[in-house]
Each structure stands twice: as structure tokens, then as C-alpha cells.
Design a protein around this ligand. Structure first.
Ligand SMILES: [Mn+2]
Length: 392
């Protein structure tokens, strides 16, 4: 059987308040084309479908349209929520989705078989069992005592054993349902030792050990990390498909892709990434105003962050740079005499909120904050951020 694994769509994501819906539309057309061409049985979406808990209507429309397009071609899809998604929002599509074989696997269940989708091969007699672990928010699954009384390490290990229990239950249920089926696991998690792409929420997504993932599956499809990558230390083949666009300047220069999985009972799966090219490139360009303007042609299919050197600046040249269509950010290079601690310090939006909080605390109290306090701040911050109505 054949599958296409894609992740971290983040539909509704803007870049410095510019819409990226056209890019999403183009990259979805690309993904649907690949799914058709490769004649996959199912498309597996491992979370962060939307960037925000309450995405713009146009974002919801685009996702519905894309999944419907796959359904029209008899391609099943299986979707789990990620840390950015509101599972309740995806759940509203579940009853209609089930009719179209668009499986929204939004909720944990005491009955593990509820979280397993059986997919027949389109041509031939194989079948696949796709087990789904919807994203578990640590601050929702840990009790109040586990949230505040325990050390950070204790909280991580309570969370990890909870995830592990669910994984074991899914593995056991899969074995009971059909030990000879092609088996795939979907999860949205931060696996220890993997690389960040740059656009992820780092706070409050607890890392879990790669060893907790089951060995008796053909493939573990993972979401959360935006850099496409193979995951080391797991007993079965595991991969992050990565995001489908360069989401923020931290992801500039990264190639984006989907994964094609060919799996048959009784032998290892073959996995191959397929490049996605529809998104715009994110560029950071440093130079004098003249140098930047001379590169303007390269900016037409890109989003550009300009770092301007002091030489030859005039307000007229700066206005010309700002008016270039791809330029979404312009800042001035720091002078060497500045006592700043670097470029990220200059741009608070690119620093994790917990770091900014730690700096603020130190400036007020003259001491490092307790780790528990930082952890509490991170949880509250994410709760507030992911519940907010306005796009970032
Ligand atoms: Mn993500």
C-alpha cells in the first residue's frame, strides 16, 4: 500500500501581517497532484493543520476544499490535531468527514480501537491499520499537583509515561485487530534529539524519548518539528514530514517535502521524500541600501527581511526598499559600539517568550527565576497565545 505523509500545514499563518493563503493554495495543489500521481491509498496529516485555534474562514475553506478534492479521487485522509489546533474545531468536521473517508481523529479514547482507522488497499487485497495519537497538551493532561508541585523532570516523566501507555494500548489493539495488516502510527510530539526548524512553539511541548514508540509498525508518521527529518533512536522507521512552507525566517533556506511510504505486510516500508516547491523562499539580505536595491529582482517570489548597513542611507532609498513587494521586514544593522547581545535580542519577536520573561525577571529581581516559575509562565503564555483571536 502507498501513503503520503504531510504535516504542519499551519494554514492561516501570515508573515509580518501578509497573507500566505495563495502559497498554501499552490502547495495544496502540488500535494494533491503528488497523491494522484503516486496513486496513494491515503494521505496522513500529523497535526498543526491550522496556525491558530480560531483560524480565518478562508483558511478553513481551503482545508475543507483540499480534503474534499482527495476524497473525490478516492484517496482516504487521516488527520490528527497538533499543538496549534483546536481539536474541538476539527471535531465539527468529523461526522461529514467520516462519510467521505476524511478521518478526523481528534479525541483520546478509553477504547484504543476507536483511534485506529482501517484502510483497504484501492487495488489489491491488503489493508492498513492507522493508529492515531491526537496531540496531548501537557498542561491539560497533568493534574494541578503534577503541574506545580513537582520538578520539571518529574513532570516530564509523568507526561512521557502517559504517552507511552497510550502507545502500548494502540500497539496491542492493532495486534488484536489484525497482526498481518500494514501498520502505521500518527503522532504530534517533540521527540528528544530531533532538530527544530525554527517556526515551532518550543514552550510547553514536552519532549519524549524516541524509545517509547512501538517497534511493530511499518512507519511512525510524526508532526511538530518543521525541519523534515528521519528520527533516530526509534525501533521502527520514523520521520517528521516537516512544514510545507518556510514558516518564518528561522526556516529560511530549508527544503520542504512530503514523504511517500510504500508498505506491505511482512517487510520493511520504503520511505522517500518528495520535494515541495510551490512556497516562496524566505530570504534575509544584509547590505547597504544600494546593494539591497540592486538585488530587487530576486525578491519577486520571496519574502525578504532586510538588514540595512549604515553606509549611504537616505530616507528616499529606505522608502524605495520598503516599497519592494517582497520586503516584509527592514531593520538596521547594529553598530559595533552597541552593548546589545546580538541580533535576536534586537528582535524580541524571534526570541522564545520564556527567555524574554527570564530577562525581565532578572532585571527586576537581580536573580534567576526558579525553573518552576518559568515553566508556569510558559504554560500560561501558551494557553493565552493559542486562545487568542487575532493573527500574530
Ligand atoms: Mn507546527
Amino acid at each position: 500500500m502507498r501513503f503520503l505523509h504531510t504535516s504542519d500545514w499551519h494554514v492561516g499563518r501570515t508573515i509580518r501581517n501578509r497573507s500566505r493563503l495563495d502559497e498554501h493554495r499552490a502547495v495544496f495543489a502540488e500535494i494533491v497532484d503528488i497523491a494522484r500521481r503516486e496513486q496513494v491509498d491515503a494521505v496522513l496529516v500529523t497535526g498543526d493543520v491550522f496556525h491558530e485555534r480560531r483560524p480565518p474562514l478562508a483558511a478553513e475553506e481551503l482545508v475543507a476544499h483540499t480534503l474534499a478534492q482527495l476524497a473525490r479521487d478516492n484517496i482516504v485522509s487521516v488527520v490528527i490535531p497538533g499543538n496549534h489546533d483546536d481539536a474541538a474545531r476539527l471535531r465539527t468536521l468529523k461526522p461529514l468527514g467520516d462519510l467521505l473517508h476524511v478521518h478526523m481523529m481528534t479525541d483520546m479514547s478509553e477504547t484504543p480501537s476507536d483511534l485506529i482507522v482501517s484502510i483497504p488497499q484501492r487495488t489489491g487485497g491488503e489493508r492498513a491499520l492507522v493508529s492515531c495519537l491526537p496531540y496531548l497538551h501537557p498542561h491539560r493532561v497533568l493534574t494541578a499537583a503534577e503541574g506545580t508541585d513537582k520538578s520539571e523532570n518529574e513532570r516530564l516523566s509523568v507526561y512521557q509515561s502517559m504517552v507511552q501507555d497510550y502507545l502500548r494500548a494502540l500497539e496491542e489493539a492493532t495486534r488484536q485487530m489484525d497482526p498481518n495488516a500494514v501498520s502505521i502510527l500518527l503522532a504530534h510530539a517533540h521527540v528528544s534529539g530531533t532538530e527544530f526548524g525554527g517556526g515551532e512553539w518550543r514552550s510547553s511541548v514536552f519532549p519524549v524519548d524516541p524509545g517509547i514508540f512501538p517497534g511493530q509498525v511499518h512507519y511512525v508518521a510524526l508532526g511538530h518539528m518543521h525541519q523534515p527529518q528521519k528520527v533516530g533512536g526509534t525501533r521502527a522507521q520514523a520521520r517528521y514530514a516537516g512544514s510545507i512552507l518556510q514558516m518564518d525566517f528561522g526556516e529560511r533556506g530549508q527544503d520542504k517535502s512530503v514523504c511517500l511510504i510504500e508498505a506491505h505486510p511482512g517487510r520493511p516500508a520504503e520511505v522517500s521524500p518528495i520535494a515541495l516547491t510551490a512556497g516562496k523562499a524566505l530570504l534575509r539580505r544584509t547590505g547597504s541600501a544600494e546593494e539591497i536595491l540592486s538585488q530587487a529582482e530576486e525578491f519577486t517570489n520571496a519574502w525578504v527581511e532586510v538588514v540595512l548597513k549604515p553606509e549611504g542611507q537616505t530616507s528616499e532609498l529606505i522608502e524605495q526598499i520598503r516599497a519592494l513587494p517582497g520586503v516584509v521586514s527592514l531593520r538596521f544593522e547594529e553598530t559595533p559600539t552597541s552593548d546589545s547581545v546580538g541580533e535576536t535580542a534586537h528582535n524580541p519577536k524571534e526570541r522564545p517568550a520564556a527567555e524574554l520573561f527570564t530577562d525581565y525577571y532578572k532585571s527586576k529581581r537581580g536573580a534567576e527565576p526558579e525553573p518552576q516559575l518559568v515553566a508556569l509562565f510558559e504554560r500560561l503564555y501558551q494557553e493565552v497565545s493559542t486562545a487568542r483571536d487575532e493573527p500574530a
